[in-house]
Design a protein around this ligand. Structure first.
Ligand code: FES
Length: 71
């Protein structure tokens, strides 16, 4: 999934970057504290499930991949 979504398993929540400045995209790395912008979006997950997090910005189901990167 190098160019597709990021697979996440075993997490009960993630902080998704909304300021577009994180070096650990799609996750917040606190860069918004120094460079400005809104803080992260907290997303609750079921830690017994596997999720695919969008990295291409094309999804219509943010932050989850909907397969739009294939188009
Ligand atoms: S670094 Fe982007 S929201 Fe925190």
């Amino acid at each position: 999934m190098e160019k597709g979504p990021l697979e996440v398993t075993g997490e009960s929540e993630i902080e998704v970057c909304t300021c577009m400045q994180s070096r650990h995209w799609p996750f917040c790395d606190a860069t918004h504290h120094t460079l400005g912008g809104d803080g992260p979006r907290l997303v609750e997950l079921d830690k017994d499930k596997t999720y695919h997090i969008c990295r291409c910005f094309k999804t219509k189901n943010s932050p989850f991949c909907d397969g739009s990167h294939k188009n």
